[in-house]
Design a protein around this ligand. Structure first.
Ligand code: GTP
Ligand code: SPV
Ligand code: MN
Length: 593
């Protein structure tokens, strides 16, 4: 509770609108959290899992129509359409009010409204910002208690300050036709209704820490990005940090927690995870860029997580975790998902809540036949991660040596290349493309342009976002070098050519060696490529020919891509910075020379 009149007035106003039976302020105390867990178990909203095997872990199933972010129903609501820009759905303020008010009216009748005070970033740090989410979902409360720093101490830190982000979430009827995720950057306000799933309802995450924060970052001179942050510790004990932007379900969590290949581990290399999804970045006094992870936990993709691909993630989820839409193993009251191991449970309930026979699983019809939804997730505490960085709670952030962009491309993009400078690197980020994944509702595997992995998350005009990137490079005299990677090149059989996961450290080491000026590169049409022999392949079953292929530029497919880039830039229209149009002209000339 608080004496902050801005908070109290707003809570009262929202309660009058939604008419909850009861208002409960989330304190973060163990007693309150335990009571909420017990209540959720009593109503069936959560199922308590095997306390011996998975202490303090719970299972939740969302509605079948509510399993991913809904980009088509996500809106930026501003006075002027221009400010949302051509890549966002825009809704005017009046229309938003007309649409949303009736949906919220009485929506919490018979329910409890929970008031969640939370901080994105360490409470009290210059990087951090406070939010208050009102929700009628215990699932949301328990997730927010993992994903953010939440509770009474955040209200205490806020004091009587009006500077907080408001978020109103009501489950209503989980009606997908009436589902709206609306952002009002000019009013520090987020409104989410008719969903109970992850990115749509954990309002601190994509809604605040990316869409609202990107808008604030432009206004205040910093950046909010869809990036992991990791540290590579060298055998001599020095640690270098990189941030990497990959689209949803394209490998951020996996890279952030990677385990070095054996020969590198033996030499003493280690990787530390600072964050797996979001980075807030500021210019330091020394002209370098400094990054913090504003989150407190991981909302990670479950399928494919196993003892080999990402043991750190798996261990992180062994306690204090909420699993969403995975398989329930009734024999020992644990969980399972495709790609965990080769022992699917025999006595099992699938993500839809039905009895599930693993023998009916058909790889070519994943969505229909899998036991765990392809976008099933775990919500786990960062502090439970075996490789969490000692800088996780840093209030000043970690200095970035490199920024890495990457997508899921079967062809076109090489394993890794370096941009020529910040402006060219911004261009490389702006022309990113990736195959769509199950993280958002809609078609899968379709290549779309996803600049800086921010297409669904940039809270303002994309052309102005690019201009902001360019301006940050001018402000940061010692800006990181910018690279592009692609772990997802496939052969004629559609199999991945690069082993990926832990072996991606081999590529990171080349990137960091470039940042130090310790290794040469080959200049080509798109930037600088490694010499194939400069990526260490010790212990890998991969031929020099394959390495050459991975590190080649397929000119024909790049030339084919030019049309799509031009169309995308044309869509952005007159806010497109001239510098990037010039870079595109240079790329075209290089490719056609
Ligand atoms: P969001 O949480 O949606 O933002 O996703 P993310 O970028 O953190 O993606 P995540 O690391 O969870 O990876 C998603 C999928 O990519 C999983 O199915 C992984 O198995 C797969 N993946 C991750 N890294 C690699 C890699 O290096 N190679 C291959 N082939 N697949 C990978
Ligand atoms: C993503 O889709 O990029 C996620 C998951 O990280 S969600 O929180 O649902 O946005
Ligand atoms: Mn994400």
């Amino acid at each position: 509770m608080t004496n902050n009149k801005y908070v109290n007035e707003w809570v009262a106003e929202m309660a009058e609108l939604t008419q909850p039976d009861k208002i409960v302020w989330i304190t973060g105390s163990d007693e309150q959290t335990d009571a909420l867990r017990a209540e959720a178990c009593a109503t069936g909203e959560l199922e308590k899992l095997n306390e011996e095997k998975l202490p303090n872990c719970y299972l939740h199933r969302t509605a079948v129509n509510d399993v991913a972010r809904v980009e088509g129903r996500t809106f930026i609501c501003t006075k002027e359409k221009h400010d949302a820009g051509p890549t966002n759905n825009w809704m005017g303020l009046e229309e938003a009010k007309e649409k949303l008010t009736p949906l919220y009216k009485g929506a919490m009748k018979g329910r409890t409204m929970y008031v969640i005070p939370y901080s994105m970033g360490v409470v009290g740090s210059d990087f951090s910002k406070i939010g208050i989410e009102l929700t009628d979902s215990i699932y949301v409360v328990l997730n927010m208690l993992i994903m953010t720093r939440a509770g009474q101490y955040v209200l205490d830190a806020l004091g009587d300050n009006p500077d907080f982000i408001k978020g109103l979430h009501a489950k209503a009827d989980i009606d997908e036709e009436k589902r709206y995720i609306c952002h009002f950057p000019e009013y520090n306000y987020i409104a989410s209704v008719n969903s109970g799933y992850g990115g749509n309802v954990l309002l601190g995450k994509k809604c605040f820490a990316l869409r609202i924060a990107s808008y604030l970052g432009r206004k205040e001179g910093w950046m909010a990005e869809h990036m992991l942050i990791l540290g590579v510790e060298y055998p001599d004990g020095e640690t270098k940090y990189v941030a990497a932007a990959f689209p949803s379900a394209c490998g951020k969590t996996n890279l952030a927690m990677l385990i070095p290949p054996e020969f590198l581990a033996k030499k003493g290399y280690k990787v530390w995870c600072v964050g797996d999804d979001i980075a807030w970045i500021r210019v330091g006094k020394d002209g370098r860029l400094y990054a913090v992870n504003p989150e407190n936990g991981f909302f990670g993709v479950a399928p494919g997580t196993n003892e080999k691909s990402n043991p750190n993630a798996l261990h992180t989820t062994m306690r204090d975790t909420i699993f969403t839409n995975v398989v329930h193993n009734l024999d020992d009251n644990t969980v399972w998902w495709e790609g965990l191991d080769n022992n699917p449970p025999v006595n099992a309930i699938d993500w839809r809540g039905n009895k599930w026979d693993y023998k009916t699983y058909d790889k070519t019809r994943k969505l229909e036949t899998s036991g765990a939804h392809p976008n099933s997730r775990f919500t786990a505490l960062a502090q439970n991660c075996p490789c969490i960085s000692s800088e996780f709670n840093s209030t000043t952030g970690v200095p970035l040596s490199a920024i890495i962009f990457g997508g899921r491309r079967a062809k076109t993009a090489p394993l890794v290349y370096q941009s020529k400078n910040w402006q060219h690197g911004t261009f490389v980020g702006s022309i990113m493309a990736s195959e769509t994944t199950a993280a958002a509702a809609g078609a899968l595997g379709v290549v779309r342009r996803d600049p800086m992995a921010m297409l669904p998350f940039c809270g303002y005009n994309m052309g102005e976002y690019f201009a902001h990137w360019l301006s940050m490079g001018l402000k940061a005299e010692n800006a990181p070098k910018i690279f592009h990677v692609n772990w997802f090149r496939t052969n004629a059989e559609g199999e991945f050519i690069w082993p990926g996961f832990g072996d991606n450290l081999r590529v990171l080491l080349w990137i960091l060696a470039r940042c130090e000026g310790k290794v040469d590169a080959v200049e080509c049409e798109i930037g600088y490529l490694p010499k194939p022999e400069d990526i260490d392949t010790e212990g890998l079953d991969i031929s020099m020919d394959v390495m050459k292929e991975l590190l080649s530029v397929d000119k024909a497919s790049w030339i084919e891509d030019l049309d799509s880039i031009k169309a995308f830039y044309a869509k952005i229209g007159d806010t497109m910075p001239k510098e990037l149009l010039d870079e595109l002209a240079t790329l075209e000339a290089n490719l056609k020379a």
